[in-house]
Design a binder for this molecule. Structure first.
Ligand code: F6P
Length: 549
């Protein structure tokens, strides 16, 4: 039985109180002092697992901080909650579902049961079908309706059915088949479809309609547009069979749309949208990098799963990252978390993590239905370095907000151009150093700066960061990196006692939009019963349309 946070509200627990007192004692201690006081700090505050090295020494913590946070995690039942997730218990209590993305990367011989049935054979059966399909498309054996081979793959999906595939394609582009072009369409704005397809030959184009539910408005609308586009270009409705595949949990919906279910790749309701890249939702990724690389990515996820499950909490990468997120959100009042990959190929990684973090931890009610009296998930954002250095880093260095940052770097370059990699890495290390240690007034003055200008140039420092380093950005590392953040989010949810696996907040907008669509399109003036602002906006739009636009 999972211990419930009902018994002891989080903020009144003795450990929470101890953390609050400890925070009061160290909140003004500068990282400069922490490093001088503890010469072994850079060794002490490191951890490694699944090919990822974490230096968390530049955080505003001491050994006592880590010990207290780990104690808090234990008291909040992290170990039992983790076991329950891996076991397949229905820990997504608000949707009454198991949470088993970890089963998607389990080895063939693993046994993981949901409602008494081992799900692992079905996982591998779908992976095998995906591999067979990918091989046929990549080799040219799969022919389009006119007999041409496929050269363009267009993924249509949104949220977890989009941003993961897009992110992974960019991340692993180096490993991709350059004879295939990949496009990703999410936005219901017709411009997304038009721009993505304007230079494509329909006879060489394969659409993958990716939707867990196969009911999402944006995806269904874009899929309809794609089907009409294809039929219009190829002049034959039966062309759909050779140019559409679907990834979904909803076979009936796929059939109703007109996609042959033999071109459908299944996943299950125990896979959350934002946790689904390693399911059939990754079909476009497999088409790009091939089955072997896709399986290497799954092996990386699995490496991190094993690390998370078996490593003591105080050396456990996801546990440390998750607890540091709690530390800054709740004790320092940090409202955001920056993720700053020093790798152009990870350009979409912050956006990917944004959904993972913010749909999971963006909750204000705990699992005992109580309004929480502590901060939950921070706003996650970020851009690759070094680009960001020339825009928002100014605020990181001298602004009034405390923004904890995760830097991500690689020891090896992702391109044959090795020389720039030293520059990139120098900037990576320099930023973490600069944020932590800043520049004192004395140091600025010693550079010959006029006294009146010194205050403008002082950097207070004491701005915390993690440094994540791996050898190279390959499929296995990408899998491990994603799983690292998945489990970090899990740890946060366990401590906060929130439901990390639902997203009810997204539903309201969907329902309201459904109503407004009818009102925008109605032939006769509709009777509007919204607030006066929304009514006026609908009027303005209708009037503009009525003028023939
Ligand atoms: O908008 C919320 C959401 O449910 C996400 O969690 C999900 O990833 C996305 O919509 C897409 O849903 P589907 O895959 O069912 O189309």
């Amino acid at each position: 039985m999972i211990r419930d946070s009902a018994e002891a509200p989080l903020t009144s627990s003795a450990t929470w109180q101890a953390l609050a007192e400890h925070h009061a004692a160290i909140k003004d201690v500068h990282l400069r002092k922490l490093f001088v006081d503890d010469r072994k700090r850079a060794v002490r505050f490191t951890a490694e697992g699944a090919g990822i090295f974490l230096d968390y020494s530049k955080n505003r913590i001491t050994g006592e901080t880590v010990a207290l946070l780990v104690k808090l995690a234990e008291e909040r039942g992290l170990t039992e909650k983790r076991a329950a997730m891996f076991r397949g218990d229905k820990i997504n209590v608000t949707e009454r579902r198991a949470v088993l993305h970890t089963a998607l990367r389990a080895p063939r011989d693993a046994v993981i049961e949901v409602d008494g049935r081992n799900v692992v054979p079905a996982v591998h059966a779908v992976l095998d079908r995906m591999a067979d399909f990918s091989t046929r498309v990549r080799s040219g054996a799969w022919k389009g309706h006119t007999g041409k081979r496929i050269r363009n793959v267009v993924n249509i999906g949104i949220g977890g059915s989009h941003v993961g595939p897009e992110m992974a394609y960019l991340a692993l582009r180096r490993y991709s088949d350059r004879n295939l072009r990949f496009r990703f369409i999410a936005n219901v704005d017709g411009a997304a479809f038009t721009e993505a397809t304007q230079d494509l030959d329909a006879a060489e184009t394969l659409f993958i309609v990716s939707s867990k539910t196969f009911t999402t408005l944006e995806t269904m609308s874009n899929a309809d547009v794609a089907r009409a586009w294809l039929i219009n270009k190829l002049g034959d409705e039966s062309a759909v069979a050779k140019h559409f595949a679907a990834v979904s949990t909803n076979a009936a919906g796929v059939r109703a749309f007109g996609i042959d279910t033999s071109n459908m790749f299944e996943f299950w309701d125990w896979v959350g949208g934002r946790y689904s890249l390693d399911s059939a939702i990754g079909l476009s990724t497999m088409l790009a990098v091939g089955p072997e690389n896709f399986r290497a990515m799954l092996a990386g996820y699995y490496d991190m799963d094993v690390h998370f499950r078996t490593t003591p909490l105080d050396r456990n990468l996801p546990v440390l990252l998750g607890l540091l997120t709690v530390w800054y959100a709740d004790f320092f009042g940090a409202e955001t978390l920056a993720v700053l990959p020093y790798a152009q190929n990870l350009a979409r990684f912050p956006a990917y993590l944004q959904q993972l973090q913010m749909e999971s931890s963006g909750k204000c009610v705990d699992l005992t239905r109580r309004r929480v009296d502590y901060g939950t998930g921070p706003i996650l954002w970020g851009e690759p370095g070094t680009d960001g250095q020339h825009s928002f880093y100014q605020l990181l260095h001298q602004g009034t907000h405390l923004v904890p940052a995760d830097f991500i770097g690689f020891l090896e370059p992702m391109s044959p151009l090795a020389a720039p990699h030293d520059l990139l890495t120098a900037n990576l290390f320099a930023q973490a150093e600069g944020l932590a240690f800043g520049k004192t007034a004395e140091e600025v003055a010693a550079e010959g700066v006029e006294a009146a200008d010194v205050p403008y140039r002082v950097m207070e420092g004491n701005r915390p960061s993690n440094m994540l380093l791996a050898e190279r950005l390959d499929p296995r590392t990408l899998g491990a990196l994603i799983a690292l953040y998945e489990h970090s989010v899990f740890v946060q949810g366990a401590v906060w006692g929130i439901g990390s696996f639902d997203q009810w907040g997204v539903e309201l907008g969907k329902v309201l939009a459904e109503k407004i669509i009818g009102e925008l399109r109605a032939a006769d003036e509709p009777k509007l019963e919204h607030d006066s602002s929304t009514n006026a906006l609908i009027h303005r739009y209708r009037e503009h349309r009525a003028r023939g636009h």
